[in-house]
Design a protein around this ligand. Structure first.
Ligand code: ADP
Ligand code: MG
Length: 245
């Protein structure tokens, strides 16, 4: 059974059909890449799934529950996490405090017992930082971090909400090739170990082909292909969109 089921999803801006009736699903524990040229509708799709943009038509179901019409915060509470193309942390806090903040705001009960909570949250934050390979930097100021490490902290922050589905819009943007591979290997590990489903967009075909379980391809708001990396690599429609051949 799929975790996320999208049917007939559409959104226009003025006369532009940014997303023009797409269907796809994401299974539990699946790493699904959403690719396509600039302006294809990838970010608009993400923004509809997490409730930042209201869809014009179609449905988006998370484990059978309709998300369209819900506020971003409600969708987040249902377990849809998100990281951003440009990662940011609170620079005045340490790495660990950043993750503690996320844990406390994910948990209302903790929030109302803030003092006690922040101690408890520290242990959980350290566990999350360990998971993303940042335990040794927990007590540094986040203003001192390299960008690739900010991305790791952002991932720990997203995990603080125990998401079932994680949306990652260009997670490796602005990273060197070695760092990209490290972040994607880590993401793949999370998918495998924790059964989190991940939907990500990505410009680098090398990254997409190396890590995605399955790929969907958008062009001008329409879904033009879907398949395994091998199927997508050989798909003539995809080659036409990307290479004009
Ligand atoms: P991608 O992320 O694949 O590059 P987008 O979803 O950002 O594509 O954009 C899809 C199309 O919708 C583009 O033509 C873009 O110019 C248009 N678009 C996106 N957001 C808006 C907006 N807020 N207002 C007007 N047009 C938009
Ligand atoms: Mg985009």
């Amino acid at each position: 059974m799929s975790l996320l089921t999208v049917k007939g999803l559409g959104k226009s801006f003025g006369g532009v059909k940014a997303v023009d009736g797409i269907d796809f699903s994401v299974g539990p524990g699946e790493l699904l890449a959403l690719i396509g040229p600039n302006g294809a509708g990838k970010s608009t799709t993400f923004n509809m799934v997490n409730g930042q943009i209201l869809a014009d038509r179609g449905s988006i179901e998370l484990a059978g529950q309709e998300l369209i019409g819900m506020r971003p915060r409600e969708i987040w509470r249902l377990g849809v996490g998100r990281t951003f193309q440009i990662a940011e942390t609170f620079e005045s806090l340490t790495v660990c405090e950043n993750v503690q903040m996320a844990l406390i705001s994910a948990d209302r009960q903790l929030y109302s017992f803030f003092k006690r909570a922040s101690r408890h949250a520290r242990d959980r934050a350290l566990a999350l930082l360990d998971l993303v390979g940042m335990l040794d930097q927990a007590d540094r100021s986040s203003s001192e971090l390299a960008y690739a490490d900010v991305k790791r902290v952002e991932l720990a922050i997203a995990l603080a909400n125990s998401p079932r589905l994680l949306l990652m819009d260009e997670p490796t943007a602005g990273m060197a090739p070695g760092e990209r591979n490290a972040l994607m290997a880590l993401t793949k590990q999370l998918v495998t170990d924790q059964g989190i489903a991940v939907l990500f967009t990505e410009h680098s075909m090398d990254v997409v082909f190396a890590y995605a379980d399955r790929i969907i391809v958008l062009a001008r708001g329409r879904l033009i292909a879907e398949g395994t990396p091998a199927q997508i690599r050989d798909n003539p429609k995809v080659q036409e969109v990307y290479f004009g051949t």
